[in-house]
Design a protein around this ligand. Structure first.
Ligand SMILES: Cc1cc2nc3c(=O)[nH]c(=O)nc-3n(C[C@H](O)[C@H](O)[C@H](O)COP(=O)(O)OP(=O)(O)OC[C@H]3O[C@@H](n4cnc5c(N)ncnc54)[C@H](O)[C@@H]3O)c2cc1C
Length: 366
């Protein structure tokens, strides 16, 4: 009965599972492979480490298969106030982390997710007649790989230093804190450390871009996405590199506390790490399929088309060489960036999940 496998049961895998159910699949047709049953486990740990309290995403940044009604509607009903809806229309609504996670728990329970999760890490995927063999778990006609970021990135020159902690690992704040990096996690850490009473030194290689979402808003639209997907390889690589540069939202909530702290001598920018007892590396994740053992094995075994760190997936996030009218191999999450620049967001997870569902549905009706 089980014909569909989702490898990686994090948020992208969870979005895909809910989308498949919404598209008419029975839970028994789907197996999810992940050693960890909580779909929000990785996310929760990282968001808690940087004390994130509101989402960077907007009303549609949730795990449900349809974009609307989003979290703003839910919030408006709960608070009996139109304020979230008005903010949402002006692109100024950001749900709380708590309301986002509440909805994940709710959907986890209602959707029978836990019964579908097989607590296993997949090491090998091979295309075989009629589908894909996953370790010793059998053959699945349709497989979605949603294995997330392979690991946390630490600058080589700082590795092994006793005062180093990655921003996505639990930590407190010393009297003087150096924060390396200049993206959303770094900006959150500047403010966290300042409100804990620390002096903060920001070490950055370049000035961060200021934009509300990690990818420019135009690339979330049909037109912007079409432009991206029509681009030639070198142009696409240039765009992806730009999106991967550090950025955090514009606005007084960020600027005023930093300006105040700078005036008090509690915040300054430096070019290199200078001996602070605590160094927080807000340096994100290791990037590229070369860092994910399952993807390395897959690319090597099947000679997949790649460009630098990206697997060259089709516009619907499927792997062209291994997808046909009988079987589907698709990527979701950061690994699908070649098709959708904001693949590593909840909206991006929905995009990949819908592409996968279309393929699975087409094969079922044939
Ligand atoms: C602090 C933080 C805040 C963010 N805030 C937002 C936000 O506000 N809005 C937004 O849209 N996005 C946000 N994002 C981005 C994005 O939504 C998250 O990165 C999200 O967790 C991505 O989901 P994922 O499933 O791809 O990866 P993960 O949630 O990391 O899940 C990957 C899963 O795959 C499993 N896995 C890995 N390899 C294997 C294998 N071989 N076999 C089986 N299982 C495997 C892992 O155990 C893990 O459970 C944020 C990210 C971070 C880090």
């Amino acid at each position: 009965m089980t014909r569909v496998a989702v490898v990686g049961g994090g948020l992208a895998g969870f979005v895909s599972y809910l989308t498949l159910l919404h598209g008419g699949l029975e839970p028994e047709e789907i197996a999810v492979f992940d050693p960890e049953p909580d779909p929000a486990a990785s996310w929760r740990r990282r968001a808690a480490a940087i004390r994130q309290s509101t989402m960077r995403s907007e009303s549609d940044g949730h795990c449900l298969p349809t974009s609307f009604p989003g979290l703003a509607v839910r919030d408006a009903v709960r608070r009996r106030s139109p304020a979230p809806l008005v903010q949402s229309v002006c692109d100024r609504y950001h749900p709380t982390v708590e309301s986002f996670l509440d909805q994940v728990s709710d959907q986890r329970e209602r959707s029978g997710w836990d019964e579908r999760v097989r607590p296993s890490r997949i090491e090998r995927l091979r295309a075989v007649d009629g589908g894909f063999a996953l370790d010793e778990h059998g053959v699945f006609a349709h497989v979605l790989l949603a294995t997330g970021h392979p690991g946390l990135a630490l600058p080589d020159e700082l590795a092994g230093n006793p005062g180093i902690v990655h921003a996505y690992e639990p930590h407190d704040y010393a009297e003087e804190v150096t924060v390396v990096g200049a993206g959303m996690a770094a900006a959150t850490e500047w403010l966290n450390a300042l409100s804990a009473g620390s002096r903060v030194i920001s070490v950055r290689r370049r000035e961060p871009a200021r934009r509300p979402l990690n990818v420019e808003r135009q690339f979330f639209t049909r037109r912007g996405l079409a432009r991206f997907q029509r681009s030639g390889r070198s142009e696409r690589i240039a765009m992806l590199r730009r999106f991967n540069e550090p950025s955090y939202p514009p606005g007084r909530d960020w600027d005023e506390p930093l300006a105040r702290a700078a005036a008090e001598g509690r915040f300054r920018i430096e070019q290199s790490v200078n001996g602070s007892a605590q160094v927080i590396c807000a340096t994100g994740f290791t990037r590229g399929w070369q860092n994910d053992p399952l993807l390395v094995d897959l690319v090597d075994a099947h000679g997949l088309d790649t460009e630098l760190g990206w697997i060259a997936v089709a516009d619907d996030c499927t792997v062209p060489a291994l997808t046909d009218e009988t079987r589907t191999l698709a990527l979701a999450g950061v690994a699908a960036q070649w098709a959708y620049p904001a693949a590593d967001t909840l909206v991006g997870a929905k995009y990949a999940a819908r592409g996968f569902l279309r393929r699975v549905g087409r094969c079922r009706t044939r």
